[in-house]
Design a protein around this ligand. Structure first.
Ligand code: ASP
Length: 349
């Protein structure tokens, strides 16, 4: 480790793929070559005073940049390990990522990098770096400025002039791409400044938290061992059973109605109870874009609680899913996994 304070070290900018670095090909947009040169060219178009005040940074390109629609938990794990290894020599890290599954990767990183003592800021762009009117330059500039702020000690998402808690973030649309439905902004751009609202960050809550938990998502967990099942009106017990009976399925995230309700169907609830009884970790979040679940508030939700389905409260589906993967990868007993799922680990609930 270097003898200099962290703030004297450069920010590491990791390019892993996404529209931000894509170019037109005969098959549509795909990751393009020579990203570092194109990045510097783009940042050189900033007003000179903004360019001059960027923090020092170094760029590392993934040898195989991907469209994030193909990312798996194995990619989350690789990224978590690469960041953990690089952090001691850098003031912070910026990850340039595709927007499609950016919120999933940001959520997973938050669980893997618990106890962070410096910033990890994920960003991307809706349009390629070299396209007219691209949002890439502004997003990268903002992410670099936040990644140099020592009071940001968590995984953030910098996008469209705003900084969001990564583990609360969701992609919601083409204009305002990311939002955190149940948490206020962590910061925002004001003129040339990236203003951090430090009282909303994890900085004061992280003390004593364990350092990184770089769990192994290899094998089943990297390949679908946690199912994500949204209820639909008329869903049958046999359909749920087809998902949950398979031995390869270790857990499931259920997306249920409103404040935490499911059909009052004994056969369906029986399938859930049986899966829980076999040690599968089941949790529920709401299909509603806002408002959390409280299992058991309605009689129609009582059955879920009785089947030992855990309440995801206000967690996003991305956070709840990546948390299930993370907890299932740790060498914990069932009771401890359930306890941790219900405990806020990184401000996710
Ligand atoms: N398909 C792209 C990706 O997620 C979309 C984007 O980056 O905006 O990699």
């Amino acid at each position: 480790m270097s003898a200099f304070p962290a703030s004297d070290r450069p920010v590491l900018l990791l390019y892993v793929g996404g529209t931000i670095g894509m170019v037109e090909t005969p098959h549509g947009l795909a990751p393009g070559p020579d990203f570092t040169r194109r990045l510097h060219q783009t940042l050189a178009t900033l007003p000179p005073s903004s360019h001059a005040s960027l923090p020092d940074f170094v760029v590392r390109e993934s040898p195989h940049p991907i469209d994030s629609s193909g990312a798996t938990p194995a990619d989350w794990q690789r990224l978590g390990r690469e960041i953990a290894a690089a952090l001691p020599e850098h003031a912070g890290v910026v990850v340039l990522h595709g927007t499609d599954t950016l919120a999933w990767s940001a959520s997973s990183l938050a669980f893997q990098l618990q106890g962070l003592d410096r910033p990890v800021v994920v960003t991307g762009a809706m349009r390629p770096l070299d396209a007219d009117g691209s949002d890439a330059r502004d997003n990268i500039e903002l992410a670099l400025r936040f990644a140099a702020q020592p009071l940001l000690q968590e995984v953030g998402v910098a996008f469209g002039g705003r900084l969001l808690r990564g583990v609360r973030s969701r992609k919601v649309g083409a204009q305002e791409a990311f939002t955190t439905p149940h948490y206020p902004l962590l910061g925002e751009r004001v003129g040339d400044d990236a203003v951090l609202f430090a009282s909303r960050t994890l900085v004061s809550q992280q003390r004593g938290a364990p350092r990184f938990e770089l769990a192994d998502y290899a094998g089943g967990l990297a390949h679908g061992s946690v199912a994500r099942i949204a209820l639909w009106p008329g869903i049958q017990a046999w359909q749920l059973d087809a998902w949950l009976r398979d031995d390869r399925v270790k857990g499931a995230l259920l997306e249920v109605w409103g404040g935490g309700n499911a059909p009052d169907d004994p056969a369906l609830l029986g399938v859930l109870a049986q899966a829980s009884g076999e040690g599968k970790l089941l949790a529920a979040v709401s299909q509603c874009p806002t408002g959390g679940v409280t299992l058991g508030r309605y009689a129609a939700g009582r059955g879920l609680a009785d089947a030992d389905v855990l309440s995801g409260d206000t967690m996003t589906p991305e956070a709840a899913y990546t948390k299930l993967v993370h907890l299932l990868a740790l060498p914990l007993d069932d009771a401890e996994r359930r306890r941790r799922f219900l405990t806020p680990l990184v401000g996710e609930r």
